[in-house]
Design a protein around this ligand. Structure first.
Ligand SMILES: C[S@@+](CC[C@H](N)C(=O)[O-])C[C@H]1O[C@@H](n2cnc3c(N)ncnc32)[C@H](O)[C@@H]1O
Length: 328
């Protein structure tokens, strides 16, 4: 029997809304204004991210896709002949997912994403391609431990976390997330995860500040979202996109800068920004193989095999959940 996509599990939609409000108000009240990158992804933000992935400057998507294509057979062999439940964290358009699904035996697919409507559309595309595959989309913040649908419980799990989304987290939060994934996926599970590598500053900055201004539109869409969803009055004509390389932290930072002194309201609360002051909207940490392995180990995952490209731009690592006896 052909299986449709199960109803979107969106038990947390109200709490996501409340969390967005709380993060924005807290972030704008800080001395150094900052809003977590997860709030980029309303439907428009997800569409703009898709445009970014097709830009000539944005090497991560095509490089990671090339790595997955080149090593799919090996990955399939390492995962083995058992049917796995694939749990994808931050699935977005799920364009890389078929590369994995075609390489392994899959019992069910559980994509988790904060951008619910966009996730539903991605799943419809996957369901047309894999009519027999049970698909259980979950609209949620993946930094909170997730309960997987009961009917997938008897199968081993393979976590899939491409897109170097792990780089959006500060190292401590990244370790917390990896540990939470290990709890969600359970003993004996595997994780296939993408890390962007440290490289020349000019290449990194242009990947986050492209000539067509798509990344700028993606960044500034957060301000438009605040205006639309939280009764904000941010003057969009006084805001500009900034992307800078922070060498000490090995990360690209994106900011929204005020081009003049401004005053605005969000949820009835008043805020000001001086000319040049910024709202820090994203970190994208870059790794080398050893720092990525160390992060995985700290998060409870033993790296089994790294896969890379000829120019050392990106790496995909297959890791296994470390048994409790080894982490004690
Ligand atoms: C950098 S994009 C990567 C998309 C896709 N996995 C890829 O490889 O191209 C990050 C994705 O993770 C989702 N996301 C970001 N933070 C999230 C969070 N805290 N919880 C759930 N989804 C999140 C976004 O909606 C987006 O789809």
């Amino acid at each position: 029997m052909a299986t449709a996509v199960r109803d979107l599990i969106d038990v947390s939609r109200d709490s996501l809304r409340a969390q967005f409000r709380r993060d924005v108000l807290t972030g704008l009240s800080q001395k150094r204004k900052a809003i977590p990158a997860r709030w980029f992804y309303d439907h428009r933000g997800s569409e703009l991210f898709e445009e970014i992935t097709r830009l000539p400057e944005y090497y991560p998507t095509r490089t990671e896709t090339g790595i997955l294509m080149a090593h799919a057979t090996r990955i399939g062999r390492m995962v083995g002949p058992r049917h796995h439940v694939v749990v994808e964290f931050g699935a977005g358009s799920a364009t890389k997912t078929p590369l994995l699904l075609d390489a392994i035996w899959t019992a069910a697919y559980v994509p988790i994403d904060i951008s619910g409507e966009f996730l539903r559309e991605s799943c419809a595309g996957l369901a047309a391609r894999y009519p027999e595959l049970p698909i259980h989309p979950v609209e949620a913040d993946f930094s909170q431990p997730a309960t997987l649908p009961g009917e997938v419980e008897q199968h081993p799990r393979l976590g899939f976390f491409p897109g170097s989304t792990i780089g959006n987290m500060e190292p401590m939060a990244a370790v917390d997330l990896l540990r939470s994934m290990r709890r969600t996926l359970g003993a004996g599970s595997l994780l296939l995860i993408g890390f962007d590598r440290i490289k020349a500053e000019s290449e990194l900055v242009s990947a986050y500040d492209d000539a067509q201004g798509v990344t700028a539109a993606f960044n500034l869409n957060l301000a438009a979202r605040i205006n639309g969803e939280l009764g904000g009055t941010l003057p969009l004509d006084a805001l500009a996109h900034r992307a800078v390389w922070n060498d000490d932290r090995a990360r690209i930072e994106m900011h929204i800068a005020a081009t003049r002194a401004i005053e605005f309201e969000v949820c009835g609360r008043r805020f000001t920004m001086a000319q040049g002051e910024t709202i820090h909207t994203e970190n994208s940490h870059k790794y080398d193989p050893r720092s990525a392995d160390t992060l995985l180990l700290a998060g409870g995952w033993e790296p089994l095999q790294g896969f890379g490209d000829a120019d050392d731009r990106f790496m995909v690592i297959l890791a296994r959940a470390i048994g409790d006896e080894q982490t004690a």
